[in-house]
Design a protein around this ligand. Structure first.
Ligand code: APR
Ligand code: PHB
Length: 392
């Protein structure tokens, strides 16, 4: 079987790319190791920058999003009994963020792709490659117990951090930048109305975040040890800790409810450069991980594939390779700015076990400065709503 672009992974990166290529008449096949149900049920973040919402609109896929989303006009940060209210539109000339679960985005993208007759092979695990830097690159994958080969003109590695594309690049080509934070996030999805604002807390006992998925579903997190087992946290233990860290000791603000999902995720930053090897192009989590504090993973994946799609359009229409040759540099400029921002939010809002008393006071001092500085709040706000897309 042959296609112009072989896409590995039916996450946001692979699916957005498939839609962008389809719109330009470029043939592609998506190979996804998991089942459709598995991919659509994975709970991930849910904060969409305007650029990502615009992409859904451009692709004609925003009808349910517009109907079901929430719009956040502010974020709050709590520390030492104080509250910083960051007015997003007031600090960014009117910009806001849209709350719509990543799995909802994925459901919409998959349904539309299938309705368009697009090829998404589920339970098709990519096992290897051939001729990545040659004239006839190929993907080997296993489906229904049989080995298959898909020959491609271009391969897009959109298979996430634990995928196979990045690891197929020969030693010595990639430089990996890895930064693991000394804590993890215990996250829950709860059947409970969220509190008024997206609210972060830096408490002596640790970070906490009260987020949302809909007017009836909350998404909350508390900082835990990096190797914490979610089984150590009963529902009561979680709710009690969240009330304390959010300065809601009388439990008058945060609504408790049935916990639908509970899990621990690591907090790390990772960047692999360059995001290309021969005819293989990496996009999204396959190339980079941002600390979850910035809620940027999905948005960065969408930004990568916008750049890749424009480069592939030029390549398939005219044979021009300039944009493909600039792809990695163009994406990495944005990646490092977003990793910096997410690293900063993580450093500002978490308790670091190894912090000296001096470092703890510096952290509180920065929060106090943020409380009183419009300029400092504007810096947070302009990154939160999303930096302009790179002009590649
Ligand atoms: N063969 C086929 N598919 C694979 C393989 C493989 N060998 N390995 C991984 N995959 C699939 C995974 O099952 C997953 O569905 O690739 C997909 C990668 O999707 P994501 O991990 O969601 O990565 P990406 O599309 O870049 O989106 C990044 O998703 O994980 C979140 O927090 C992350 O918000 C960020 C966003
Ligand atoms: C989430 O809803 O998962 C979320 C929201 C804001 C963040 C991180 C995660 O900064």
């Amino acid at each position: 079987m042959h296609t112009q672009v072989g896409i590995i992974g039916a996450g946001p990166a692979g699916l957005f790319l498939a839609h962008l290529l389809y719109r330009e008449g470029i043939d592609c096949v998506v190979l996804e190791a998991r089942s459709r149900a598995y991919v659509e049920d994975r709970v991930r973040a849910g904060v969409l920058e305007q650029g990502t919402v615009d992409l859904m609109h451009e692709l004609g896929l925003d009808e349910r999003l517009r109907r079901e989303c929430m719009v956040d006009h502010a974020i709050d940060m709590r520390f030492s009994g104080k509250l910083i209210h960051i007015d997003l539109p007031g600090l960014t000339a009117g910009k806001v963020v849209t709350i719509y679960g990543q799995q909802e985005v994925v459901k919409d993208l998959i349904a539309a792709r299938i309705a368009d007759g697009g090829r998404i092979e589920f339970e098709a695990e990519v096992t290897g490659f051939a001729d990545l830097d040659g004239a006839k690159p190929a993907i080997r994958y296993c489906k229904d117990g049989a080995e298959h080969t898909l020959t491609c003109d271009i391969i897009a590695g959109c298979d996430g951090f634990h995928g196979v594309a990045r690891t197929a690049i020969p030693d010595g080509v990639l430089t990996a930048y890895d930064h693991v934070f000394p804590f993890g996030w215990l996250g829950v999805l709860a059947e409970a109305p969220p509190i008024r604002e997206m609210t972060y807390a830096n408490h002596d006992r640790g970070f906490a975040l009260c987020s949302r998925r809909s007017p009836k579903i909350s998404r909350h997190y508390v900082q835990v040890a990096p190797d914490e087992d979610a089984a150590n946290w009963s529902d009561d233990r979680f709710w009690n800790e969240l009330h304390v860290r959010m300065n809601d000791a009388d439990k008058s603000e945060i609504n408790e409810g049935k916990i639908l999902q509970k899990g621990v995720t690591p907090v790390r930053a990772f960047v692999a450069a360059p995001m290309r090897y021969g005819k293989l192009f990496l996009a999204g989590d396959a190339a980079h991980i941002v600390p979850p504090t910035g809620a940027k993973g999905l948005n960065l994946a969408a930004a990568d594939v916008r750049v890749l799609a424009r480069a592939l359009m030029a390549y398939f229409r005219t044979g021009a390779t300039e944009r493909l040759d600039r792809y990695s540099d163009t994406c990495l400029r944005r990646v490092w700015k977003v990793v910096r921002y997410s690293w900063h939010m993580t450093s500002l809002l978490h308790r670091f076990p190894a912090h000296s008393a001096f470092e703890r006071n510096i952290q509180i001092g920065e929060l106090d400065y943020l409380l009183g500085s419009r300029a400092a709040q504007q810096t947070i706000a302009e990154n939160y709503v999303g930096l302009p897309l790179e002009d590649d």
